[in-house]
Design a protein around this ligand. Structure first.
Ligand SMILES: [Mn+2]
Length: 318
């Protein structure tokens, strides 16, 4: 059932022993949302903990500093920034197929799976919504909450550069910065500092880029061999998918990442009027207008050709 923000807040107000679920391949937004909400619930005297199928990359470790890890049987389960139950990862998706009480999300392509769903697709990040939730719960954000919210917003907006960035995005960023938290430090850590493994990844993925449709589409490959050869972890891979679209004239940037279990995780970054979510929907995926993803369980060449065929049809009309 779709609910409004007020109802979502009142459910959290009444909830006890809360488990907060993030999506797999966790990014700054799903982790920032979980950390901020968990901290707010602790400040209200409730028990709460964060759960994710994949380990938290070291660059996001600071989000959970100062948040005590609590063990208890969960009474209330809430997911944050999860557009589709599949995105919890296979194990958690099966475990929580029917028992998620509340879902808070900002993906326009959201596929309902929870008992109660609040989606605001105008929010640049789930963290924008979580900021509202925290305040409406009566919690004054401290620096732990503030930096978690800021991290989610800055990572989902590419440091306030993407088209999802609104006046509201900047307003919330300003409000959390007023706690005295250090924004520039977070942005340096998220966008400027790279590990050696990350640099090696960039070297090899840039080399893999191929152009199609009069250079309006660029396809980049991230193979298991590249990942293993560079020693990259999940955090080192994040944001690589924004590289193909940075090329002048490219309307569709495609990143094809080979999965451990075979097949490819495909990430699309597009410029208007190309709708990334619509293209990914053809393969059972989704996301936003400018950023979306799907999975194609085929070897590289056939997976690439399948996505290229759909992209070609879209570009043909432009
Ligand atoms: Mn998000």
């Amino acid at each position: 059932m779709k609910i409004d923000l007020e109802k979502a807040v009142s459910m959290l107000q009444q909830a006890q022993d809360v488990e907060i679920l993030s999506h797999h391949y966790p990014d700054g937004d799903t982790l920032g949302s979980a950390a901020a909400l968990c901290r707010a619930l602790h400040l209200l005297g409730k028990r709460a903990r964060c759960t994710c199928a994949d380990p938290v990359a070291p660059k996001y470790g600071f989000l959970f500093e100062g948040i005590e890890r609590q063990e208890f049987p969960a009474q209330f389960i809430v997911s944050v920034d999860v557009a589709d139950i599949k995105l919890l990862g296979p194990v958690l998706a099966e475990k929580h197929a029917k028992n998620i009480d509340l879902c808070i999300d900002h993906h326009g392509s959201h596929q309902e799976f929870a008992k109660n769903t609040y989606v605001d697709s105008t929010a640049s990040a789930a963290c924008e919504i979580i900021y509202e939730v925290v305040c409406r719960l009566g919690v004054v954000p401290d620096q732990i909450i503030a930096r978690a919210i800021y991290t989610g917003i800055t990572t989902d907006t590419g440091c306030f550069r993407y088209s999802n960035t609104t006046a509201r995005t900047h307003e919330i960023a300003a409000l959390v910065l007023r706690t005295g938290m250090n924004g520039p430090d977070i942005n340096r850590e998220m966008f400027e500092t790279k590990t050696r493994a990350r640099l090696e990844m960039e070297r090899s993925v840039l080399d893999s880029i191929e152009f199609y449709y009069n250079d309006r589409c660029a396809v980049m490959q991230i193979s298991r061999k590249m990942i293993e050869g560079s020693g990259a972890d999940e955090g080192d891979l994040e944001g690589l998918s924004s590289l193909p679209r940075q090329i002048e004239g490219v309307l569709v940037g495609v990143t094809m990442r080979e999965r451990k279990i075979g097949g490819y995780k495909v990430s699309l970054r597009t410029l208007a009027p190309v709708d990334a979510a619509k293209i990914c929907a053809e393969f059972g995926g989704g996301g936003h207008n400018a950023a979306a993803g799907c999975t194609i369980e085929e070897p590289f060449e056939s997976a690439r050709d399948k996505i290229l065929a759909v992209i070609g049809k879209v570009l043909e009309t432009m």
